[in-house]
Design a protein around this ligand. Structure first.
Ligand SMILES: [Zn+2]
Length: 285
């Protein structure tokens, strides 16, 4: 199993790990289950990883975490006899928490990972956990994943470090494709194509989405020029074609166009104006 995590979320986990101040209780909140679970596994792996740059996700302990096979990674599961993903307090205590003060097997840390903790843990379970979290054994890490941290008891929250993952906006492939066409028009100096692409946008919401997607590519391009890698071939193309000064000017004119959308502007004229601006900035010597 591998983790596919958005870059900014991965960076959030790595930054916490690198700080060397990893808390013993972490709540990971976010609207995407995939991102929450991925971030949780990444954090868990960092606690057992044997490489200097943690988590490497390829050493033996990391791989065991990703496969759910690490003996020091404990993932309490919902009770089979209860409905709706809840674990009973007695099962939580007897099957899982009874091992809390036993030393880890292989790693330096024992990890309890509670997926969808707000559904899994009723108030009685949270209160029982709270007593442990208040005075945790040294070598322990509790991870809770939730859609919203507020769904957990405030007493639990106040003892935990809360990581809020970035929101996943619905990936709008059409906007992304059009943003690439705009980039192409700019990079290849096809003014006619650029004008056609921009003129084909007739709805305010659509223009906003496309220009936001384009701005994201421009930002990636800017970062790429400063040495931050990107997987986006379009951003790389822009970065190679435009120097920093032009790139910043393109970002500024794009953002000011997005701002103009909020006013009562003629969209067709705005798109024509934007095309002229792009040409002026990028094609000047
Ligand atoms: Zn590792």
């Amino acid at each position: 199993m591998s983790i596919s995590l958005r870059k900014e979320n991965e960076e959030m986990i790595r930054t916490l790990v690198r700080s060397g101040r990893r808390p013993h209780t972490v709540i990971i909140e976010g609207d995407s289950k995939e991102e929450r679970d991925g971030a949780a596994l990444m954090l868990a792996a960092s606690a057992v990883c044997t490489s200097p740059d943690k988590p490497c996700l390829s050493c033996n302990p990391c791989r065991k975490v990703l496969e759910g096979q690490h003996p020091d990674l404990i993932i309490p599961e919902p009770s089979k006899r209860l409905k709706s993903g809840i674990i009973s307090l007695s099962e939580l205590r007897d099957e899982y928490l009874s091992q809390v003060s036993i030393k880890p097997n292989e790693a330096d840390t024992k990890i309890y990972l509670f997926y969808d903790a707000d559904r899994l843990l009723r108030e009685d379970s949270q209160n029982t956990l709270l007593k442990i979290i208040e005075e945790p054994p040294q070598d322990i890490l509790f991870i809770f994943t939730v859609e919203k941290a507020k769904a957990l008891l405030s007493t639990v929250r106040s003892r935990a470090h809360i990581l809020t993952l970035s929101r996943t906006e619905a990936v709008d492939e059409e906007s992304d494709t059009i943003a690439e066409q705009i980039a192409d028009g700019i990079v290849k100096l096809y003014e006619y194509d650029l004008l056609m692409t921009l003129s084909s946008l007739t709805k305010k919401e659509q223009i906003e989405a496309v220009l936001a997607a384009f701005t994201e590519k421009l930002r990636l391009a800017l970062n790429f020029q400063s040495g931050v890698m990107t997987d986006d071939p379009c951003a790389k193309k822009i970065a190679r074609k435009l120097n920093r000064e032009k790139l910043i000017a393109v970002i500024e004119v794009t953002l000011s166009t997005i701002a103009k959308l909020k006013t009562n502007v003629n969209l067709q004229l705005l798109m024509t104006w934007l095309c002229t601006q792009y040409r002026r900035i990028t094609w000047q010597k």
